[in-house]
Design a binder for this molecule. Sequence first.
Ligand code: ADP
Ligand code: MG
Length: 400
Amino acid sequence: MTQDQNTPKDRARKEFAAVFGRDPEGVWQAPGRVNVIGEHTDYNEGLCLPVALPYAARAAVARREDGLVRVHSAQADGVVEARVAELAPGREGEGWAAYVLGVLWALCADGHGDALAGGLDVHMDSDVPTGAGLSSSAALECAVAAACRELYGLDYSDPQAALLAQRAENAYVGVPCGVLDQMAAMCCAEGSALVLDCRDVMTVHQVPFDPAAEGLALLVVDTRVKHTHGDNEYAARRAGCERAAGLLGVPALRDVRYEELDAALERLPEGDEPDGKPGLRRLVRHIVTDDHRVERVAELVAAGRLRETGALLTEGHASLRDDYRISCLESDLVVETAVAAGALGARQTGGGFGGCVVVLVEEAGAEAVTDAVAAAFAERGLPAPRAFSAKPSAGARRLD
Ligand code: ADP
Ligand code: MG
């Protein structure tokens, strides 16, 4: 067999050597993810069902002895330098490198300052599209977490490493994300979906998920719409969910049982916010029904009845469009066009207001669906969406 000189690992090694003038000690990778169902449920301690994508971030890493950290990315300019001992949230000028430095800071904060004291050189290279809701940020963090865990011999399980990476993003980068992205990047397995219970992340539960084996495809359609006003909207919904849980007297909306939803809604104020944001009843209805949809989809998937999940995906989209109100014209257009063109089901995935749509479709009908979506976008003068087939891939690992 001829050695492919252009594997992602070889490329990462070569670029590391070109930037830092020596070889890395290893290359670790962590994937982007797409969430099949269960949206905004993570911070409500609920359920979601991510799969890892065949796109990943790679970290080529070597330890140093002088206390310096140097970070470089094939997708960004320049080398960002810092001293391990001085890492702290809120420092200016770190830009994208904060995702990497944040993981090192979180490790130090978790008692491993001595292990990391010598510093390290890190070169990142990722083919996860950024800002498309496919979690390029968690891929960076988790590749670095996996590298440090092994290089420094740290005793973290995959879920513990995911929580550490989440802490980096929350406290160091300053993004109040739930744990979905990092759990998917650390814990997903090839040919599987992760049934993620965000209240009990330490118990990792996989279900076999292999659309191709059933003659199906899970398409990911990038609407090319970036969620620019997302921060504000995210914070408002998160606060609303917390308020509703308080009014209902439960620790989190996860504790509102599906069977008791109507009674719970009766106890919440009616109507929407004056600015058009959804009122508490809508928020609760979306979260409780989406948790329930995750359970049903996971059961169907485990029973080898993937085809039957399509309708639940489309129902999930209606819920996030009408109740949670986090869709947009382009996402709705993909869902409607795909279903009209024969897809089994479709829904916007990720934080909302654009990003990507997942489409479950018969493999034989996938091209007709992507053609129909492209035509619908062209007809409205919208930039052509990008589509790819998501083969459920492995979580974080060393490349060797
Ligand atoms: P998402 O995680 O959905 O892709 P985020 O806004 O959470 O979107 O994260 C995107 C950010 O992550 C980018 O703006 C950039 O700062 C950082 N990032 C992701 N991949 C890379 C990379 N390969 N090199 C440098 N920065 C990256
Ligand atoms: Mg992200």
